[in-house]
Design a binder for this molecule. Structure first.
Ligand SMILES: NC(=O)c1ccc[n+]([C@@H]2O[C@H](COP(=O)([O-])OP(=O)(O)OC[C@H]3O[C@@H](n4cnc5c(N)ncnc54)[C@H](O)[C@@H]3O)[C@@H](O)[C@H]2O)c1
Length: 292
């Protein structure tokens, strides 16, 4: 590809803004790009989210696709049609639902990925297995070493199965009116942990999943041994199962979550491994568990 057709952006959430979108739109205009162009986002979740958004609004929409280069974007961010940017300090406040023509997920890209980034993807893979696929969960339990060593066949399988789970959920509920909420397993508490402690996404979600599993057990939905399996696989994938954080601040961050409705919150629980259910839970119940 001629280098004057490549637009580079920086890294980090700070770059995922409308300013970056404006910068790219300007570059496209300078290139005199018309409706026949194809925008290819090559990078992690940030590049995919921004590229998909630009492609959705430039000239009222042009075709686009992704080459996902992080594990998290391969199993999660590039799948599902959500594109957008952060705004006024809030994540993903501005955006559109729009599906790319294709997504390429090649394990070869993952070889240069820092361990933290790999962990972010692993947490989402465990989430997909926990909410929808007990067989994948068992596979993760028996193949976690190969995953950490990035063995091609194993990585290919877990990425493929993960994408399948996410796309099946999205196909049934693209605009997140119901079933898509199941994908938030571990994320209500996880997002609060991320905000309060500044932990990496994967670490926060990992602890969030353990807490959600604990609540599921307390509600009689999940066996003690299955909760322990969740903690074990996360630990084996080098993810934390607990974190020290100010409980009051966590609760505060959580109850400001957009999923709150009055004195209760929509919360994803596990009715056994491989079967997520969305239930309303009282903020008081959450408080009691967090303070436990
Ligand atoms: N649209 C969605 O449905 C959805 C879902 C989940 C997450 N997201 C978004 O995805 C973003 C996070 O994505 P991410 O975790 O991929 O982060 P990222 O895009 O910031 O990439 C992480 C880091 O890895 C680097 N990198 C990318 N590919 C690499 C490679 N092959 N080798 C070495 N380094 C590489 C990047 O430059 C960056 O520094 C967040 O903004 C989040 O909101 C979107």
């Amino acid at each position: 590809m001629p280098t004057d057709r490549i637009i580079q952006i920086g890294t980090g959430e700070k770059i995922k803004t409308l300013d970056t979108v404006a910068y790219i739109l300007k570059k496209l205009m300078e290139m005199e790009a018309d409706r026949t162009i194809f925008i290819l986002g090559i990078g992690g979740g940030i590049v995919c989210d921004v590229a998909g958004f630009v492609a959705s609004i430039y000239l009222r929409g042009v075709r686009f696709g992704f080459v996902s280069t992080t594990l998290l974007s391969q199993v999660d961010a590039s799948v599902g049609g959500k594109n957008g940017v952060n705004f006024e300090g809030y994540k993903n406040m501005v955006g559109v639902f729009n599906q790319p023509d294709f997504i390429i997920c090649d394990p070869v890209f993952l070889k240069t990925l820092p361990e933290k980034e790999l962990q972010n993807g692993c947490a989402e893979i465990v989430k997909h297995a926990a909410i929808a696929d007990p067989d994948l969960f068992t596979y993760l339990e028996t193949h976690y070493k190969e995953i950490l060593q990035l063995e091609r066949d194993v990585i290919e399988k877990v990425v493929y199965e993960s994408v399948k789970i996410k796309s099946e959920v999205v196909n049934r509920d693209e605009k997140e009116k119901g079933e898509r909420r199941r994908l938030n397993f571990g994320h209500t508490i996880g997002h609060a942990i991320e905000k309060v402690t500044g932990s990496a996404h994967g670490e926060a979600i990992s602890v969030g999943m353990c807490a959600a599993a604990k609540i599921s057990e307390k509600r009689g939905l999940l066996l003690d041994e299955d909760r322990a399996r969740i903690e074990r696989i996360l630990g084996n994938l080098k993810l934390p199962v607990q974190i020290s954080a100010d409980r009051e601040r966590l609760l505060d961050a959580m109850t400001r979550d957009k999923k709150r409705e009055g004195d209760r919150i929509h919360f994803v629980l596990l009715n056994g491994i491989g079967n997520a259910v969305v239930e309303e839970i009282l903020i008081k119940e959450l408080e009691a568990i967090l303070m436990d």
